[in-house]
Design a protein around this ligand. Structure first.
Ligand code: FES
Length: 65
């Protein structure tokens, strides 16, 4: 689903960014442009980020240590 309409960012894009090391909203903003325009997506993006961090199971997860 689309999380950020302005930048056409999906929940999948956010999960992929988390798997590659993103851990904060700032990371999503810098990498994907989330919440850079109207900002309406911030709450939803934060929820997806939180969920993705909790469920991240990539082999090289920096949070698995
Ligand atoms: S919906 Fe994300 S900045 Fe507008």
């Amino acid at each position: 689903m689309y999380v950020c309409i302005c930048r056409q960012v999906t929940d999948r894009d956010i999960r992929q960014a988390v798997a590659q090391g993103a851990s904060r909203m700032r990371d999503l903003r810098e990498q994907l442009g989330v919440s850079e325009q109207c900002g309406r997506c911030a709450g939803c993006a934060h929820e997806v980020l939180k969920e993705a961090r909790e469920n991240c199971a990539c082999a090289a997860c920096p949070r698995a240590a």
